[in-house]
Design a protein around this ligand. Structure first.
Ligand SMILES: NC(=O)c1ccc[n+]([C@@H]2O[C@H](COP(=O)([O-])OP(=O)(O)OC[C@H]3O[C@@H](n4cnc5c(N)ncnc54)[C@H](OP(=O)(O)O)[C@@H]3O)[C@@H](O)[C@H]2O)c1
Length: 206
């Protein structure tokens, strides 16, 4: 099972560092030279975006929502599991640009109609990828997707990245997960709690 990470910003690089050596991994970005240098630094492969997508079973779109949506429409993604980790925040971070009756993940699924889209990692601050693995093993990555085998494939990837998983149902659950990501941003930045935080669901002893 080959995973391609497209986009080497904070999320893409952080996830790649966690997955390097744990799965068959190829990374790609707009700047092929810096993608190659980064790949070498973590012992992974790099390729052009086109080649990385073509050779992968799982394609992680570690991109801003608009760029993810554009790539999602590519026929090259057909038949692949596509991971959307975006939070469609407004440019001034005051809230989400879309929601309630749709979500970024649903729009990406609509654009990538021949792919199985799975929402993941949108409530995880990029800095958590650089925390010790032991510190994140019980931190849930919330998953949403319509195809159970695609969700399970991403759950296994999440485990390799050193996180727990919480399955939330079909892709429409992204309407709930994206506001949760926004709340996390509000706690982290607006309310000053910093970015070493993540939401979790507690089972309360009654
Ligand atoms: N940062 C977080 O803590 C966090 C947490 C949860 C979810 N997310 C979500 O994760 C996604 C990535 O966030 P990030 O923090 O990693 O962003 P980032 O550091 O700004 O990185 C974005 C990456 O996307 C690439 N990119 C930007 N516009 C592009 C375009 N039009 N076409 C192709 N590539 C493009 C950039 O490439 P260049 O380097 O070539 O510019 C960069 O590699 C976003 O959707 C965000 O909402 C982020």
């Amino acid at each position: 099972m080959t995973t391609a990470i497209i986009g080497l910003g904070n999320m893409g690089k952080g996830l790649a560092r966690r997955l390097a050596g744990k799965t068959d991994l190829v990374v790609a970005g707009r700047n092929e030279v810096s993608a190659r240098d980064f790949a070498r630094s973590i012992g992974a492969a790099s390729a052009t975006v086109e080649a990385a997508v073509a050779g992968a079973d799982i394609v992680v779109l570690a991109l801003p929502f608009a760029a993810a949506l554009e790539l999602a429409a590519s026929p090259a993604l057909a038949g692949k599991v596509v991971v959307d980790l975006s939070n469609p925040v407004k440019p001034d971070f005051s809230g989400l640009a879309i929601g309630h009756v749709t979500s970024a993940a649903e729009q990406i699924q609509q654009a990538a109609s021949g792919s199985q889209v799975v929402k993941a990692f949108n409530t995880i601050f990029a800095g958590l990828f650089d925390a010790p693995r032991a510190a994140t093993e019980s931190v849930p990555v919330f998953l949403a997707g319509n195809d159970e085998s695609a969700v399970e494939a991403v759950a296994q990837l999440v485990a390799k990245a050193g996180f727990a998983t919480e399955k939330t149902g079909g892709i429409d659950a992204a309407r709930l997960l994206e506001p949760l990501g926004m709340l996390n941003i509000r706690f982290g930045y607006g309310l000053g709690r910093g970015t070493a935080i993540a939401p979790n669901w507690l089972a309360v002893a009654a």
